[in-house]
Write a protein that binds this ligand. Sequence first.
Ligand code: SAH
Ligand code: SF4
Ligand code: F3S
Length: 437
Amino acid sequence: MSKTFYIETFGCQMNAHDSEKVIGTLEHEGYAQVQDEAEAGLILYNTCSIRDKAEQKVFHRLNEYKKMQGEGKRFAVIGCVAQQEGEKIFEKAPYVSIVSGSASYRNLPEMLARLEAGETRITGLDDRQTNETFETEFTSRTNPHRGYITIIEGCDKFCAYCVVPYTRGKERSRTADSVLAEARRIADSGYTEIQLLGQNVNSYADPSGKKSFAELLEAVGTVPGIRRVRFTTSHPRHFTRDIVEVLDAVPTLCDHVHLPVQSGSSDVLKAMAREYTRDWYLERIAWIKAAKREISMTSDIIVGFPGETEEDFEQTATLLGEVGYDAIYAFKYSPRPNTPAITMADSIYEELKIDRLKRLNDIQRDLQRISYERHLGQTMEVMVEGHNRQRGQVIGRSSQNKTVNFTTTQPILPAPGSYVNVRITQTFPNSLVGEAA
Ligand code: SAH
Ligand code: SF4
Ligand code: F3S
């Protein structure tokens, strides 16, 4: 087998960052990444199983790999579908040699050695109860300006609809010292923005007992060279007041909180096992709104959870206006294997789910059309991400994570990664337009 690899990645930011660590590990083991699967000796497929018949899509893709099996290629299926389907993958796709969930990635060097020795049934599926995290200094970061750092892996919340606790294993945090060492290392190598990652970042529990989540935020925010710190995803159940206090106190912490509500109805929240009510959630929102600086809020929402009535849905719809989110990511409920909700009657038929999703997104769009107007005339710091040469615009992002497209009178366009003050001259429901100040 040639020591070249091709990797394809689906799913959330955690999964994308896992791939960066997997790539770094492979490179350290002497493998070279190629951008064309035809040239690769090893093809890795980092999968997601959050919704929409994900496993069927994976098997469909694996069928396409089948055509390449005669070329001496080896295949690895990793990530959430790998953990969920396990050895079934070998039955359905016998040409696959490695099946591994994310909780086993720290054993990758050993798995690769076995692969090179000719083994064809290598699994990493038994680590979901581990206390260990995937710590590696070999991370191949794809974004040269925003560095991702996982601070907590797994999830112990077991929301009724969700596969993550089954695919990523139990919740385990890295020590604050280890997180800070990585933050300093990437700051030294030129990163100015850090995004802390976890399925529930604010469930962070330092195994060394040194820092709370808020204290860790402050420590990362004061690493020399760091100008922006983001964190995602926060769980309402563990959203404490000291998080808002530290956002107020440390200017490098971005003024944005992603706090998924999932539903505005306390009955649905109960059925989902989210363990909070609408009022309890709104109390956290009130804390955020009472901060000294304006903090942008975003959310995830599921429509059509089993038993969701029209009244329940209305409660979600009215919550949008009450909170004033700057963006929502709304999904139709999708029954997932192994989850408690799969045994509930999936009583909401597809057309109704589609209808509710559309109504919700329409309401949110109208709200954003008006609420984004508040930025008109403001000057905000924008981190440049790229250029749209056709439109003669620079593309960037505000601290609140909003897309800002702007023009400049300077002959040389500001480079990606640089920070520019921009005066907002026009607003859209999902983006802002301005001029370099
Ligand atoms: N840990 C995060 C989210 C992880 S998954 C949290 O608790 O907020 C990202 C989003 O996918 C979830 O917030 C939820 O809105 C959505 N999601 C998860 N399982 C789903 C399912 N079975 N059907 C539809 N959407 C789902
Ligand atoms: Fe899934 Fe709930 Fe865990 Fe989020 S908190 S990953 S929705 S089980
Ligand atoms: Fe998907 Fe696994 Fe992330 S299911 S959303 S890749 S945790």
